[in-house]
Design a protein around this ligand. Structure first.
Ligand code: F6P
Length: 523
């Protein structure tokens, strides 16, 4: 395990503080473009399936060089090697972190880090055997015209990834199948989903890494009871489980199970059996392309020099904004309605990974970590919160995603959509300072522009992997464990206690507010 150095004690951190004081805080994008006609070329780059324009960010080449130095001084390169060697870098759970192996082609092992081959060869064989079985099953379901509705019951990473991806790739979806995602323990969600379904034509996928998550298990039991009450009998045909806990799935009564491994974090699991809804939707070949797109980004991240490494550049920009500019959030604006769940997906990826206040050793950090990640697809966001982005008191970096090629034939729409995304990025930067008061736009508001030629299984795979790695980069610099999520535990324990108290009415030893609310709910 490489020694991690605290980022704020490195010489590069001090140099960045100085750079922020001397030029960073007064940096003006408009002046930067005036002084450097090559700025767009210098600060944009091509990575597999994704073109990124970073030039509208509050950064210059010298600052970026300091950020690369920071990464090196923090031991980032050794940490990245440890990730791809299968070392147990999730130190609080003593687990390797190998979601990248799920998209690793079976024949490519020899080109990988030679010293790591022995560590991962067995797992890779397992990965491909499971992938083949899962894709065979996906094909069976696709061919089964009697199954018209697929209901994924899962939450967090067992919901957000497949839901986002099935929606993103709706143009590639098999006609004749409908996909539903039930995550919330709120019974309204399951009830309204079931109200439209026929048990004889429905397949339930119970998606849970642990097969213990209370929301998922509650929904799964209710779905099973509904299935029986509606005359459903063939559980084998109508239920499958996607889980690392195959025994628990068997105990639940499900024979058809697709497994994965403890080295796949929930929010990194769309590439595993958790991706089954997507595999059914776009087919085995489509799913393999999805994996291939992600693998191309993995190789880029693993091998490209830091200066030309897109996940590295994005992750370091996040550090620059969070720790030097003090920006507290990042707004996600996909200009593609199929990417409607993209902001929610990134929310879990960034905030569950890097929303930590202690370092790997459990010591309190003296600097800020994960920003708040939030957003909505454009152009809708423009008519909701873009007012604040343009004229509010806080500066919020925006991350646009645009797709060059539409997959519909409606005339004029796509040009208008692209005009809007360009206009928003442009307006944020140039502002409008010739009018006073309410009509003044300060401008100089940063944004990143990610551009795909087409939204395909490959490009979506690459786009997701890009985000996974960028989160790794900032987490690595901050010296935190991006792969655990202890912060979700306390609420789970308290909910169990309060579930009993809601039944008994017992308010003993509760804080005043919770006791007050409980007594109103129990009246
Ligand atoms: O919210 C905590 C969490 O553990 C997430 O990390 C995970 O994606 C989600 O719950 C669901 O977990 P499981 O797949 O085990 O049901």
């Amino acid at each position: 395990m490489p020694d991690m150095i605290t980022c704020n004690q490195t010489p590069a951190w001090a140099a960045l503080q100085q750079a922020f004081q001397t030029q960073g805080k007064s940096f003006d994008l408009r002046a930067a473009f005036d002084h450097d006609p090559e700025r767009f070329d210098r600060l944009s780059q091509t990575a597999p399936h994704v073109f990124a324009d970073l030039s509208k960010n509050l950064i210059d080449k010298d600052t970026e060089l300091l950020l690369f130095t920071l990464a090196r001084q923090c031991g980032f390169e050794a940490h990245r090697s440890a990730l791809f060697a299968g070392d147990a870098i999730n130190t609080t759970e003593q687990r390797a972190v190998m979601h990248w192996l799920l998209r690793f082609p079976s024949q490519a092992l020899a080109e990988h880090q030679p010293d790591a081959i022995n560590n991962i060869a067995t797992e890779l064989a397992d990965v491909h055997a499971t992938l083949n079985a899962m894709l065979d099953y996906a094909q069976l379901v696709r061919d089964d015209t009697g199954i018209t509705d697929i209901v994924n019951i899962g939450i967090g990473g067992s919901d957000l990834g497949p839901q986002m991806a099935v929606s993103a790739l709706e143009s590639f979806r098999l006609p004749g199948k409908r996909f539903h995602f039930v995550s919330n323990v709120d019974g309204h969600e399951l009830t309204s989903t079931l109200s439209d379904l026929n048990p004889h034509s429905t397949l339930f996928l119970i998606a849970s890494k642990t097969f213990t998550t209370i929301e998922t298990m509650t929904n799964a039991h209710s779905a099973k009871a509904w299935f029986a009450s509606q005359g459903g009998t063939d559980t084998e045909r109508h239920f499958a489980a996607l889980t690392t806990n195959v025994d628990a799935a068997h105990a639940f009564g499900i024979r058809n199970t697709f497994g994965f491994w403890d080295w796949v974090g929930g929010r990194y699991s769309v590439w595993s059996a958790i991706g089954l809804p997507l595999a059914i939707a776009i087919g085995p070949e489509g799913f393999r392309e999805f994996l291939a797109g992600a693998h191309a980004m993995d190789e880029h991240f693993r091998t490209a020099p830091l200066e030309l490494n897109l996940p590295v550049r994005l992750g370091l920009l996040d550090v620059w904004y969070r720790n030097f500019h003090g920006f507290t959030s990042r707004s996600i604006a996909p200009y593609h309605s199929s990417l409607k769940r993209w902001p929610a997906y990134l929310q879990q990826l960034e905030m569950e990974s890097n929303g930590k206040r202690v370092n790997e050793q459990g010591e309190t950090l003296p600097f800020a970590t994960s920003p708040v990640v939030w957003g909505e697809p454009g152009t809708n966001g423009q008519h909701a919160f873009f007012q604040m982005l343009h004229q509010g008191t806080d500066v919020v970096p925006v991350e646009f995603v645009a797709v060059k090629k539409p997959r519909h034939t409606l005339e004029g729409h796509h040009t208008l959509l692209l005009a809007n995304v360009l206009a928003q990025a442009q307006a944020l930067m140039i502002g409008k300072t010739d009018a006073g008061g309410h009509r003044n736009f300060p401008g100089n508001r940063p944004s990143t522009f990610l551009l795909l030629d087409d939204l395909t299984p490959q490009s979506l795979g690459a786009l997701i992997a890009l985000q996974e790695h960028r989160v790794f980069v900032s987490g690595s610099v901050w010296g935190i464990n991006s792969f655990d999520q202890w912060g979700v535990e306390l609420g789970k324990v308290l909910a169990k206690d309060l579930q009993l108290r809601l039944i008994s009415g017992d308010r003993a030893d509760l804080d005043g507010s919770t006791a007050g609310l409980l007594s109103r709910l129990c009246k």
